[in-house]
Design a protein around this ligand. Sequence first.
Ligand code: SF4
Length: 291
Amino acid sequence: MHEKEVKSILSAQNGMNIYRGCTHGCIYCDARSTCYQIQHDFEDIEVKSNAVELLEKALRSKRKKCMIGTGAMSDPYLPIENKLQLTRQCLELIDEYGFGLAIQTKSDLILRDLDLLRSINKKSKCVVQMTLTTYDEELCKILEPNVCTTKRRAEVLNIMKEEGISTVCWMTPILPFINDTEENIRGILDYCIKAKVYGILFFHIGVTLRDGDRQYFYQKLEEHFPGMKEKYRKTYGNDYEIFSPNNKNLADLVRRECRKQRIVCGTKQLFDYMHLYEDKQAGVQLSLFDL
Ligand code: SF4
């Protein structure tokens, strides 16, 4: 890891990434794409050393409370967070200043901060988002090798349910010819139904690949799935959006089950929900985003 002082921490939509790069090792990682211009090794995590200080300044100067998002580009619960506790300190500020939180991770390290999630959720709204792509535990260890597997992530979702904390499952990406099966989708859906998730986010049954991300993905396909790289090349060429041949059937299945179980799966609806600040103490819902 290496440290860097940055100029700002919150994006225009109030999202933040405390770390840059990731060590979870997902073979399909979009954050590796060259368009993001990461200048260091992806596993050599850049730590925004003044993140906490900048966040406090930003929260103090906001005229209105809003949801703060984190986890879009780098997991806030990387193993180094165990020691550095920067995510924890940022959560403490969000709690102290009465803001809401929409946090995304694949790691059960989030349970360390349950006290803060609970407290934020009491005053405002806390939404925990977990990515579940692969029901088969052995396959999951290949696709997402350095983080807890789907079964454990589903346990985290269940713990959040017990705590009354709202959850959203990111059911993406699903890899063509690897885990784009009804069995896999039904397995993930079962976890979501048991955990009473608020929503399931998916864009299509497939994956996106672009420069940087594609090379790493193909290298891992060669290591773990002989012949698969050629199959992808022949089927998809250099396409950015890679659709499973089962896209329609599987997407219909997810939508049907969500309707039956009253799980929200509309992308816009879910993003709106995660941006909608709630002031539970005042019993009032405030505006979308921090307009
Ligand atoms: S957790 Fe996200 S950022 Fe990290 S390797 Fe996996 S896909 Fe990439």
